[in-house]
Design a protein around this ligand. Structure first.
Ligand code: ATP
Ligand code: MG
Length: 276
């Protein structure tokens, strides 16, 4: 049975889509069967997987409105996983879902018949705490929160944690916080190092040991419709997401990549060492 992981943070531009696409591709590279669900009307995860969002016959919008689950599946062949894509149609869902029965459970119900087919289902949530993200979190077993290592990183985090608590209380008692990813980390920037330390102070080993550095290859890859490991498998961004996928599947004892790649020792950059 698949582990369903929502990638969420209502803050915009923190690396949700980059993390979703590249974790999905890294897990696929590690021979896991993966479904990526694009739950954002921007359709960035769809485009970044090499699928043109304008060409979708059926999309996640149709899934949320009762289309048969496997009808909208697209093979993102080059990326190595299957995709439920999104485009601007999904904007309508925030407006019409409130009128629909079981509105919080639409994605959960859509995934039910197909989840056994996969090892991992990764859900890329939009930058809001609306009904779409709610559907993502109700469908998920756990949530991963990407945090950009900058001044306002922690702002809004309490609202997100409260939302997770509310969902646990009302809709999905099994929802857990899988972990926090530090994204766009720049070891030369003292603020970036400070925020990274603060996150570890607050959240301990819930913070993934792997830091995702600011890496131009990660920003370039989507314009080629490729996850970074297909674009430049040797770049530091590709290695970071492979290592994160390693942490996710629980092979923490053999990290493929660790804090050393930032050029700092773990104790300097504040990364916790779950191995002690
Ligand atoms: P939104 O809230 O709009 O959905 P998001 O949280 O999904 O945004 P991304 O789209 O993943 O964030 O990233 C925002 C921008 O930052 C993109 O242009 C992306 O290419 C770039 N980016 C993300 N992570 C990195 C990184 N580690 N290094 C360099 N650029 C990055
Ligand atoms: Mg996004």
């Amino acid at each position: 049975m698949a582990s369903i992981v929502a990638i969420a943070n209502q803050k915009g531009g923190v690396g949700k889509t980059t993390s979703s696409v590249n974790l999905a591709a890294s897990l696929a590279q590690m021979k896991r069967k993966v479904l990526l669900v694009d739950l954002d009307p921007q359709g960035n995860a769809t485009m970044g997987s090499g699928i043109d969002k304008h060409d979708l016959n059926l999309s996640i919008y149709d899934e949320l409105h009762g289309a048969e689950a496997d009808k909208a599946l697209v093979d993102a062949e080059a990326a190595g996983y299957e995709l439920l894509g999104a485009n601007a149609d999904l904007t309508g869902a925030e407006l019409d879902l409130p009128e629909i029965e079981h509105r919080e459970f639409r994605l959960r119900e859509a995934l039910m018949p197909i989840r056994a087919t996969y090892d991992y289902v990764i859900i890329d949530c939009p930058p809001a705490l609306g009904l779409l993200t709610l559907n993502g979190l109700v469908a998920a077993d756990s949530v991963i929160i990407p945090m950009q290592c900058e001044y306002y990183a922690l702002e809004g985090l309490s609202a997100l944690m409260e939302t997770v608590e509310r969902i646990r209380a009302s809709f999905n008692p099994n929802l857990t916080v899988e972990g926090l990813i530090r994204t766009m980390y720049d070891p030369r920037n003292s603020l970036s190092r400070e925020v990274s330390l603060q996150l570890v102070d607050h959240f301990g080993d819930r913070v993934y040991r792997t830091l995702v550095p600011r890496n131009i290859r990660l920003a370039e890859a989507p314009s080629y419709g490729k996850p970074v490991i297909d674009y430049d498998q040797h770049c530091i961004g590709a290695k970071a997401y492979l290592a994160l996928a390693g942490e996710l599947v629980g092979s923490r004892s053999q990290p493929l990549f660790n804090d050393d790649a930032t050029g700092l020792a773990p104790e300097e950059n504040g990364a916790s060492n779950p191995l002690g």
